[in-house]
Design a binder for this molecule. Structure first.
Ligand SMILES: Nc1ncnc2c1ncn2[C@@H]1O[C@H](COP(=O)(O)OP(=O)(O)O)[C@@H](O)[C@H]1O
Ligand SMILES: [Mg+2]
Length: 347
């Protein structure tokens, strides 16, 4: 900063000297042309006045053009902000002004921040649009089937057997719709949660045991064996939310494991964490699928997953995040999957 100020003073001095010389030349030339003999004192005073006049004129011209340049940027900024406010996030301030070449200039910083804001808002808008289109798509499928089967039921000649079959599909699709909207509401509520969750101490091993028992009809139906390996362990957390985590992961494990498979639930202790591992020997996932499992609405293999909405693991991830924990997945396509949840250990 000091070096710049020193440089500016030198330039100012050089300019003043040039103007002084110029004013001197003009005044002496004027004296010659008009054949006036001026004494030294008058010549000096005249030159001084002329020097100030020339300097003033130059500063006036330069500042006018600089103001014009600045006004152009301010107008561009105000137009861009108006466009952004109106929802046009492709708006961008493009200026070739000299000030803009200096990245430390306050105007450049402001322009860059406005451009960055537009890019961020554009990204958010894209995510929102994608979300809306996913929601509509997910709701459309069961609605189409409801419409189709309701139409078939209007036929008075259908057999009793078919009638029951169509009604059972309608019932299942209605349940699917209801589950999906419930999950969507849950995820939205979790994402809007700004305050830390209320934690209480409870027994994790008892919670896991209870959930496994509650899922029993599902795993016994597929002849699946569930092994639980845990010693008594307490954690601090929201019991209801963590209930949802284990239920979602265990339901997935049952859903994606073949008849006669094995699911192992193991609780381990690390220096700072309690680790819960849920491992199945089911269909597994490819590397690409593993990368995307936590995305909203993502279903790795739609043909093998009737009934899911792809929201379960997004909810899991959000809940674990609210508990300051981590969730990881390891999977081997065709061999099985392991979900690892790390939660902070109690003091
Ligand atoms: N244990 C698992 N084994 C294989 N694939 C799984 C497993 N858990 C989750 N997935 C994959 O991740 C996707 C997303 O899971 P999730 O968010 O729970 O949605 P949903 O169960 O509703 O399909 C599933 O559709 C499935 O393809
Ligand atoms: Mg699921």
């Amino acid at each position: 900063m000091r070096v710049r100020r020193f440089g500016a003073s030198i330039i100012g001095l050089v300019c003043a000297s040039i103007f002084w010389l110029l004013a001197n030349v003009i005044v002496s030339q004027l004296g010659e042309w008009l054949s006036i003999s001026m004494n030294k004192y008058v010549e000096q005073i005249g030159s001084l006045w002329l020097m100030f006049l020339l300097m003033g004129l130059t500063i006036f011209i330069i500042s006018r053009s600089a103001r014009h340049e600045q006004l152009k940027i301010w107008n561009q900024m105000s137009d861009t902000i108006k466009r952004i406010a109106a929802g046009d996030f492709s708006a961008k301030i493009q200026s070739d002004s000299k000030d803009m070449k200096n990245s430390r200039h306050p105007v450049t910083k402001l322009v860059n921040q406005i451009n960055h804001l537009a890019v961020e808002l554009n990204e958010m808008e894209k995510i929102k649009q994608e979300f809306i289109s996913n929601v509509s798509h997910e709701f459309q499928t069961p609605l189409t089937s409801l419409k189709g089967f309701a139409h078939l039921l209007k036929n008075p000649d259908i057999s009793e057997e078919n009638r029951i079959y169509y009604l059972s599909i309608i019932e299942a699709e209605t349940m699917r719709l209801s589950k999906m909207s419930e999950n969507l509401l849950k995820l939205t509520a979790l994402e809007q949660q700004v305050e830390p969750i209320e934690k209480a101490r409870f027994s994790l091993d008892k919670q896991l045991r209870r959930i496994i028992l509650l899922c029993e009809p599902h795993w016994t139906e597929k002849n699946i064996e569930i092994d639980l390996d845990t010693s008594p362990v307490n954690i601090d957390g929201d019991e209801g939310l963590l209930n949802q985590v284990w239920t979602n992961i265990i339901h997935n494990a049952i859903k994606f494991t073949k008849e006669g498979g094995v699911i192992a639930v193991q609780v381990k202790q690390a220096p700072a964490h309690v680790i819960v591992e849920i491992k199945d020997d089911g269909i597994g996932m490819t590397e690409d699928q593993v990368q995307r499992v936590f995305e909203r609405f993502y279903k790795a293999d739609k043909s093998r997953n009737a009934g899911g909405s792809g929201l379960g693991l997004s909810i899991v991830q959000k809940i674990i995040e609210l508990h300051e924990g981590q969730v990881e997945v390891e999977s081997d396509y065709g061999k099985g999957t392991l979900f690892r949840v790390k939660l902070p250990k109690v003091d």
